[in-house]
Design a binder for this molecule. Structure first.
Ligand SMILES: [Zn+2]
Length: 146
């Protein structure tokens, strides 16, 4: 199978190898993602405990929740949640499908945050890339809230 074939659709952008797209997609899991595990490990090492994981008693099932302090932390994958820092490009095929899908993710994130804030929670969203780049700083951000 020749996946290296390159051609231009409208003389602007070459279509990327599907290989890469599917690689990106399969590397992403919904729960217990690698950045989330990294963050939890770092919290543990800083002596931060008493949080719940994927707590079902509040809207949006925050990845990490401190119920006593009403603090919810979401660890967002840059790709699926469309990280504003990374600003990753969209797949070049089925653009409409992916745009809709990503927009729904963004909308869902917004609804979750608003629902929690209405209940008096503080919501912190930490992006995958922030964890990869500056894990310690993310722990500090959480510490400050606690
Ligand atoms: Zn990012």
């Amino acid at each position: 199978m020749d996946t290296k074939k390159k051609y231009c659709r409208d003389s602007r952008s070459p279509i990327p190898k599907n290989e890469q797209t599917s690689k990106t997609m399969s590397a992403i899991k919904a729960k217990n993602t690698k950045p989330e595990l990294l963050l939890r490990k770092a919290l543990w090492h800083s002596g931060i405990k008493g949080y719940r994981l994927h707590w079902k008693k509040v809207p949006g099932r925050p990845d990490i929740a401190f119920p006593g302090k009403k603090i919810a932390i979401f660890v967002n994958g840059c790709y699926w949640h469309r990280c504003p820092i990374c600003n990753l490009s969209l797949p070049k095929s089925n653009v409409e499908f992916w745009t809709n899908k990503f927009n729904r993710n963004i909308e869902r994130d917004k609804i979750k945050t608003e629902a929690l804030e209405e209940l008096g929670w503080t919501v912190l969203t930490i992006w995958e890339c922030e964890i990869k780049k500056e894990l310690d700083m993310q722990v500090e951000r959480i510490k400050k809230l606690l």
